[in-house]
Design a protein around this ligand. Sequence first.
Ligand SMILES: *[C@@H]1O[C@H](CO)[C@@H](O)[C@H](O)[C@H]1NC(C)=O
Ligand SMILES: *[C@@H]1O[C@H](CO)[C@@H](O)[C@H](O)[C@H]1NC(C)=O
Ligand SMILES: *[C@@H]1O[C@H](CO)[C@@H](O)[C@H](O)[C@H]1NC(C)=O
Length: 523
Amino acid sequence: MLAKQKTCIYLALLSFLSTNEALRILVSFPLPSPSHSLLGKGVVKHLLAAGHEVVYITSFPEGRTNPNLTEVSVAPLKNRIEEQYKDERIKIKQLVGKGNWGDSIVFSYFTYMYHKSFLEDYNVTEFLSDPKQKFDVVLLEWFFFDAIAGIAPLFQCPLIWIGSTEAHWQILRLIDEIPNPAYNLDLFSTRKVPFSFWERIAELYMLVKKYIIKYVIFGLFERRIYHNVYSSIAKKRGINMPPYDETVFNASLVLLNSHPSMGTPFRLTQNVKYIGGYHIEEKVQPLPTDLLKLMNNAKHGVIYFSMGSNLKSIDMSDDMKSSLLAMFSKLKQDVIWKFEGDLEHLPANVHLVKWAPQQGILAHPNLRIFITHGGQLSTAEAIHFGVPIIGIPVLGDQYVNMRSTVDKGFGIGVDLTENIASDLIIAIEEMLANPRYNIRAKEISAIYHDRPVSPGRELVHWVRHVASTRGAAHLRSPALHVPCYQKYYLDLIGVFVATTALIIILARKFKQSSNIVKKKKTN
Ligand SMILES: *[C@@H]1O[C@H](CO)[C@@H](O)[C@H](O)[C@H]1NC(C)=O
Ligand SMILES: *[C@@H]1O[C@H](CO)[C@@H](O)[C@H](O)[C@H]1NC(C)=O
Ligand SMILES: *[C@@H]1O[C@H](CO)[C@@H](O)[C@H](O)[C@H]1NC(C)=O
């Protein structure tokens, strides 16, 4: 080979895997939820810090904070939806004693309806149609709506899904196959592995039911949106949309906001990477002076109580609020309660905050217990800072998260009931008296931190890897396009059954004819 040719090939290879090129990346986290937007912000922060250019679709725009960042705001859409559904806001009061709300058809309808409005939003379609917009890779938050994948072929670039939770079948089916429900929990399950006989049936039933609702019934609507919305945008960009199934099952990578220290040791394919905890600041912001003083001076330690950003403590019934206050007042510890209003007759050791710098509070050495709804972000933060948890799961993946913290030995679960105060005090006293929860929290935290690289670096690495290898086809699961009948050897069983049937028939025929011959002979 000529030396010149060799150099050419070498240079081409170099550019194929060149790691320092600045990429142009689309990051989309359109959900109208503060916790999801925290996750989006975390992704953007790491990509910008690595020198890439980012266009960020968000419901919570913060203005141009970096010359390499452009925001596409869907805040007006968020406000419109909030106004339209303000009477249907999920309130703690209504969730008392209910099962997992996330498992309902209302939830499926909401995710469908929101994404539909998002894809039909004027600003969004204008942005997607703009032929000047070009990307090397798109990162989309997956939230129970597959048709959003159509954004990737519009820009003819690789797709990376970001899952905000633990691994589960609904996201893994897009890149691999549906994991076996006999030992893999549904994300909204309230059970735990290993299952009893009936639980195993119940999990299978849950999967089949969801599959029919989500992928047979709502699937029809998602397909319709896919054809209606994208084809006109694609026309403006001068391209043709590929068929729905080719788009939806074509992601290069899934980044999961989880880690085995938080959840279960799921069996995953090569194109799923754990980045749980990436949203947490490497250097925690210092606490505001009043909170810092309070936490420094708390002789018996501090208990921090927050039900997250979507569920508001203010929506508890009056009885629940006053019984909680009465219970807290008997404790020696100071209690910081994230509460969106004011309360009368506040005991001296209870401090209400409308907004809580959660990571700063969890990082403080005087914090003894975190009472939480068990959302994925709060759980990750508790593990990051090694704090034991009392969890009050109410919906979505909170049950799965809570189960996991209980199993790992650093959490106690409490049901949301009207007289929750009496259950909560038992859990608090147990956790204060018994050091094993705190010791386990520190051990689990050490496991969480024991990774070759930080989750933020992991994220940047894989985004770059997907872009530089033009879709990382080498990581894809061989199971993705294998039909069921081949996976379970149903065709082989078919051949067996057919062959056996044939042998039986032939044997019968043979017997019949030999009987006739015999009869003829005897005659
Ligand atoms: C913006 O991106 C360029 C590379 O495209 C990089 O050199 C520059 O440092 C980035 N600016 C900031 C503020 O990150
Ligand atoms: C589109 O964006 C502009 C500027 O951000 C905003 O004023 C307008 O309300 C948005 N329109 C819609 C329909 O979201
Ligand atoms: C599937 O993804 C690869 C890699 O990003 C891309 O080259 C291909 O065009 C995609 N196919 C479809 C049908 O979108």
